[in-house]
Design a binder for this molecule. Structure first.
Ligand SMILES: Cc1cc2nc3c(=O)[nH]c(=O)nc-3n(C[C@H](O)[C@H](O)[C@H](O)COP(=O)(O)OP(=O)(O)OC[C@H]3O[C@@H](n4cnc5c(N)ncnc54)[C@H](O)[C@@H]3O)c2cc1C
Length: 290
């Protein structure tokens, strides 16, 4: 017998309030299907967590079709021009001209998450923030369950007709029913940086340099993401701001193509590049997004 406070059963229990969980919750609410989202972080944390910035056309189409695109329609910018820089020179690719309608929309992930939370609450949806899922069970039975702990340390027991595992690559859903069919470590690590500075150009820049990759990706008029390939063992704090700007300038050849628009580095983390294909993504009444 499992311990914990029993929460009244719901139709769909969604693990994780990232873009996947929040879009799903909004679509379910739109069609009148009851759901609860469980998120281990606070609302403030997920609304400020800067990650992606580029939305593919099919994602934008889904958001527009379901009334979830007000913010990105207002301030998102379309993007289709990439610049490659190397010792051989500078080359621009307008991928819109390739003819498959592949234009991206630049809109920060944290802005989208903020919009999706507001819209979900407006539609009458429920999100339990600061509620960490610790275990789930019986995905192949009639009434799968989730054990979670709230911010005050209380154990909560949820049941639902369906579970949606949208809790990311290191989430409980993935750990409970692992199903990686193919995975590849690329042995490449990037220092991921956010600078409080306007983009140097309104295009993505890829720097191909013998000392490693460097990249610039616009996020908003005053925030820019940069990447620097680095040794896997480094700590992000090993890189001082002056070293970061010196290295970005060198690998993006600022001497030849003009200085980078600089500003304080407001966030830094390490990203280890990895590819994987998951199969299957459904296990009875548990469906996973990652
Ligand atoms: C630096 C960086 C840059 C990126 N740039 C891009 C880009 O330009 N374009 C792009 O398409 N993608 C990009 N990505 C990837 C993109 O951010 C992810 O694909 C996206 O966040 C995945 O969304 P998701 O909802 O599946 O998972 P997540 O956003 O990871 O959401 C999972 C949620 O589950 C919660 N959670 C986890 N465990 C538990 C638990 N036990 N209990 C309760 N809640 C839990 C987490 O707190 C989180 O809120 C980038 C990622 C990073 C890190």
């Amino acid at each position: 017998m499992l311990e914990g406070t029993n929460i009244p059963a719901t139709t769909v229990l969604i693990l994780g309030a990232g873009p996947a969980g929040l879009v799903l919750a909004n679509l379910l609410c739109e069609t009148g299907i009851e759901c609860i989202v469980l998120e281990r972080r606070s609302r403030e944390h997920v609304e400020q967590r800067a990650r992606a910035g580029f939305l593919t056309p099919d994602s934008v189409a889904v958001l527009r079709e379901h009334g979830l695109a007000e913010g990105l329609n207002a301030t998102g910018k379309t993007h289709s021009l990439c610049e490659f820089r190397s010792a051989a020179g500078r080359f621009e690719l307008n991928y819109d001209l390739l003819g498959d309608g592949g234009v991206h929309t630049v809109y920060p992930q944290q802005a989208l998450v903020t919009d999706l939370i507001a819209e979900l609450l407006r539609r009458g949806g429920t999100i339990h923030f600061e509620t960490t899922v610790e275990a789930l069970g019986d995905p192949r039975g009639d009434r799968p369950w989730v054990l979670a702990r709230d911010g005050a340390g209380r154990e909560l027991r949820y049941t639902a007709h369906y579970l949606a595992g949208c809790d990311g690559a290191r989430g409980v859903a993935r750990g409970t029913v692992p199903s990686v069919r193919a995975a590849r470590e690329h042995d490449i690590t990037w220092l991921a940086l956010l600078a409080q500075a306007p983009p140097t150009t309104h295009t993505v820049i890829y720097g191909v340099h013998p000392d490693g990759f460097a990249g610039q990706m616009p996020r908003s008029p005053d925030i820019t993401r940069y990447y620097l390939q680095c040794d896997p063992g480094v700590s992000p704090d090993d890189w001082s701001e002056s070293r970061i700007w010196r290295e970005l300038g060198r690998r993006l050849d600022a001497e030849r193509y003009g200085p980078l628009s600089q500003g304080p580095i407001i966030e830094r983390s390490l990203v280890r590049l990895r590819s994987e294909i998951l199969d299957p993504i459904q296990h009875g009444r548990l469906c996973r997004s990652t």
